[in-house]
Design a protein around this ligand. Structure first.
Ligand code: ADP
Length: 244
């Protein structure tokens, strides 16, 4: 099986603080992958490096075998990788529908689209809102939606670009239990349709129930990887979480 997203000896320091300390990681195509680890273990920095938000000091990032190290976020997105953010990026004063349309690189050009093309982009946006169960909020401003609904809205925007790999940064953070179940189901459904996921998440119930493969970070590098059944009982993992 080919790897979709892989890093070799990735390093990043902020001043004197080492965030990534030689992270060599491989995520497989077609799987729901999770990246877990204690606070400060480098997960967000890893996401930022592989999506081009920050440049690593050294090491390589490849996507489907192509070197994407240090490339700009929009270039990496064009290769088929989309991501959401821990603190959810939506435009508060725009409606849900406008948000989803604005999320696509061509979204800003929508005003220039006419007739059938314009209609089809709007239809696509509505179908993603429907798929994520928030179509009834299409005309509501993002700021009037709950936190969980905004997270789904951000995901709808990411899905508009039809990414083959979706990186989710804490999809469960601050989300109520009902929406949490929906997010878990959606990830599995979208994965069954062929999308690869890489998810940073603190909610262990969710991680253990939806992941095929888990990578555990501690102090800027992986200390374990494998299916949930292996990770659950790994002594190094338990030690990292207990701080011993
Ligand atoms: P995680 O996502 O696992 O909580 P982070 O990648 O956010 O970990 O952080 C890893 C380490 O790098 C932490 O010690 C954090 O304080 C530090 N760090 C992350 N980003 C910055 C930054 N922009 N400036 C300084 N230190 C940072």
């Amino acid at each position: 099986m080919t790897s979709t997203l892989a890093t070799t000896d990735l390093r990043k320091a902020f001043g004197g603080v080492t965030a990534l300390d030689g992270a060599t990681v491989e995520f497989q195509h077609g799987k729901v992958n999770a990246l877990i680890g204690p606070n400060g273990s480098g997960k967000t920095t890893f996401f930022n490096c592989v999506t081009g938000m920050i440049k690593p000091d050294s090491g390589t990032v490849t996507y489907d075998g192509r070197d994407i190290t240090g490339k700009a976020p929009h270039t990496i997105a064009r290769h088929g990788m989309g991501r959401t953010f821990q603190l959810c990026r939506t435009f508060p004063r725009m409606t849900a529908l406008e948000n989803v349309l604005a999320a696509v690189p061509v979204g800003g050009l929508l005003a220039g689209l006419r007739g059938a093309k314009r209609r089809s982009e709007i239809d696509r946006a509505i179908s993603w809102l429907t798929r994520l169960g928030i179509e009834h909020l299409a005309g509501s401003e993002a700021r009037d939606m709950s936190w969980g609904q905004q997270k789904l809205l951000e995901l709808a925007g990411v899905l508009m670009s039809e990414p083959e790999t979706v990186l989710l940064d804490e999809p469960a953070g601050g989300v109520n239990p009902a929406l949490l179940d929906r997010i878990g189901l959606l990830v599995r459904e979208l994965n069954a349709e062929g999308r690869t996921f890489v998810i940073v998440e603190h909610n262990m119930d969710l991680v253990m129930s939806i992941s095929d493969h888990i990578v555990v970070f501690d102090r800027g590098r992986p200390i374990a990887s494998g299916p949930p059944s292996v990770i659950r009982t790994d002594e190094k993992v338990l030690g990292a979480y207990l701080g011993v």
